[in-house]
Design a protein around this ligand. Structure first.
Ligand code: ADP
Length: 259
């Protein structure tokens, strides 16, 4: 704690007044630390693609100057790096928007079945690219209290990950049900799984088990941080279970809509 005592300007004839200010330094210090960690993390994430962009431009201006084939190749690399930076910025903006409203739970009703069917449809293309199938198993009706855009984002991130990290040729399963008065959606994959010691840290921003694999698959390291914040805002719960060399299941529970 920091205590500051300051004298207030004395009014003529009045007795002098003092004001005491007590700061909880632990909190403000922690906030400051978190902010500077965040800036360091973001800078670090953007520095790698930026360095690539600069060296590609240098090559385009130098060694590849008179080589149209090489130019094509380098332009493609340039596009990839720019897209990667755009994805990071896009995810950071989503994360900050959701965090900003986190204290305010959504009030609307969303039909989760529609959200899950949409997500499955959007992800079909990515599934086909990896020779994977999406199996979707829904109850007749599943209405939750929630924001349909945020919930779409949440399940899209989970299904994207299952398709990114699951083994080629396997199926990803989306199973929804009602359990203990909550809507429960489990997204499961068959794949390498996640070593137990990493599980508690997966929802930290930029935390990855295998950086190379995440980057190669176009990951930003922010997907599960977004998932966690959407779940928190919806007063729901996220559970992660995984068996190495078998696969992982990400389960989300959300409050059912009344009635
Ligand atoms: P990324 O953009 O790297 O996928 P996420 O925040 O979505 O970032 O996930 C964080 C990390 O968690 C990933 O880099 C990966 O190591 C691990 N992960 C997430 N989903 C799965 C999954 N279904 N199977 C195995 N590992 C996963």
């Amino acid at each position: 704690l920091r205590v500051r005592i300051e004298a207030l300007p004395a009014l003529s004839g009045a007795s002098r007044s003092f004001i005491a200010m007590i700061d909880d330094l632990t909190d403000s210090e922690r906030m400051r630390e978190m902010r500077s960690d965040f800036v360091a993390d973001v800078s670090h994430e953007l520095r790698t693609p930026l360095a690539s962009v600069l060296s590609i431009v240098e090559t385009l201006n130098g060694a590849a100057r008179d080589d149209p084939k090489a130019q094509q190749r380098f332009l493609k690399m340039l596009e990839e790096q720019a897209r990667r930076m755009a994805r990071i910025v896009e995810d950071l903006l989503s994360l900050s928007r959701i965090e900003m409203h986190e204290h305010q739970a959504p009030t609307g009703v969303t039909q989760l079945n529609d959200v899950l069917r949409n997500v499955a449809e959007v992800c079909q293309f990515a599934a086909r690219e990896r020779d994977m199938r999406l199996e979707i198993d829904l109850p007749e009706r599943l209405d939750v209290v929630g924001d349909s855009h945020e919930l779409t984002r949440l399940f899209q991130n989970l299904v994207d990950n299952a398709l990114k990290y699951g083994d080629r040729g396997t199926a990803v399963r989306i199973h929804a049900s009602v359990a203990r008065n909550m809507a429960r959606v489990a997204v499961s994959d068959r794949g390498p799984g996640i070593p137990r010691e990493h599980i508690p840290r997966l929802t930290e921003r930029f935390y990855r088990v295998d950086k190379g694999r995440s980057r190669a698959a176009g990951g930003t390291g922010l997907g599960l941080a977004i998932v966690k914040h959407v779940v928190n805002r919806h007063r729901g719960e996220l559970k992660i279970s995984s068996v190495e060399n078998e696969g992982s299941t990400f389960t989300v529970e959300l409050p059912l809509a009344p009635g």
